[in-house]
Design a protein around this ligand. Structure first.
Ligand SMILES: Nc1ncnc2c1ncn2[C@@H]1O[C@H](COP(=O)(O)OP(=O)(O)OP(=O)(O)O)[C@@H](O)[C@H]1O
Ligand SMILES: [Mg+2]
Length: 244
């Protein structure tokens, strides 16, 4: 049975706001009227290796730089591996964990009944304003009934909204070896894209032995956003949207 969570206990603000939250991705804020809508939920999706984890980590790092606490909830089997990957980009979150403004949390996707309390506890532990769940799709791997999965994802997103935190969640688009999309869905679960406020699609194409990356703002409610497919790069400093 999913645990009932008393969201009133949350110490984060429970109100909607029209303010903007900077993305932490150079070149992206100006395509989004200044950033994400504060308190909204954004799906970051794309094929494997398109940069989803790096993208989310930059969002958290940006918050920490500005004094906005954050949590990173991962369902990947080896959270330490993720931390090591991020260190390569110069993202070292340990000092923020020590000063209790950042928490890195592992959620076992098999124990999905606990996810609501994991989210609330993690947010409360640092009074988080920025939250990442990477990848939310692992929930779907262990839930065979699509109706139950849809309901569960809906509950998670509603809970996140009530916290007042701005949240990035990741999923995958299944694609072939050169990055061409093989299915019609924007998420592995096939429903998340419809219940979030915004969808960002990261793409990767193999061209002549090299890799070309891009980002598409597929939807962003309450925002007059850029509508092109924008070139994007990953370097040793992380992700940036390039000016054409
Ligand atoms: N120093 C670097 N310079 C350029 N590109 C890099 C560098 N380090 C990593 N990358 C690229 O970033 C990719 C990894 O990005 P990331 O882990 O954020 O992607 P992801 O979409 O989360 O992947 P996954 O499907 O494993 O979850 C690597 O596959 C590599 O192509
Ligand atoms: Mg990843």
């Amino acid at each position: 049975m999913p645990q009932k969570v008393n969201v009133k206990k949350l110490s984060a603000p429970v109100k909607t706001s029209t303010g903007r939250v900077s993305t932490g991705i150079p070149g992206l804020d100006e395509l989004l009227e200044g950033g994400y809508v504060k308190g909204s939920t954004i799906l970051v999706t794309g094929g494997t290796g398109t940069g989803k984890t790096t993208f989310c980590a930059q969002f958290i790092r940006e918050g920490l730089k500005k004094g906005e606490p954050g949590v990173y909830i991962t369902m990947e089997e080896d959270p330490e591996d993720i931390k090591e990957d991020l260190k390569r980009f110069g993202f070292n979150f340990e000092r923020f964990e020590k000063s209790k403004v950042f928490s890195f949390v592992y959620q076992n996707p098999f124990e999905i009944s606990d996810i609501s309390s994991t989210i609330v506890d993690a947010i409360n532990s640092v009074n988080a304003q920025r939250v990442v769940i990477d990848p939310v799709s692992l929930i779907g791997m262990y839930m065979k009934d699509p109706a139950v999965l849809r309901k569960r994802l809906f509950e998670i997103i509603r809970l996140l909204k009530k916290t007042g935190a701005t949240t990035l969640i990741t999923s995958e688009i299944l694609d072939n070896e050169i990055g061409e999309r093989s299915g019609g869905s924007l998420s592995r679960e096939g429903v998340t894209e419809f219940i979030v406020d915004s969808v960002l699609v990261l793409n990767l194409f193999g061209v002549g032995g090299g890799i070309t990356r891009s980002i598409l703002i597929r939807k962003m409610r309450r925002t007059k956003h850029g509508t092109d497919v924008y070139p994007m790069e990953i370097t040793s400093k992380g992700i940036a949207v390039k000016k054409e």
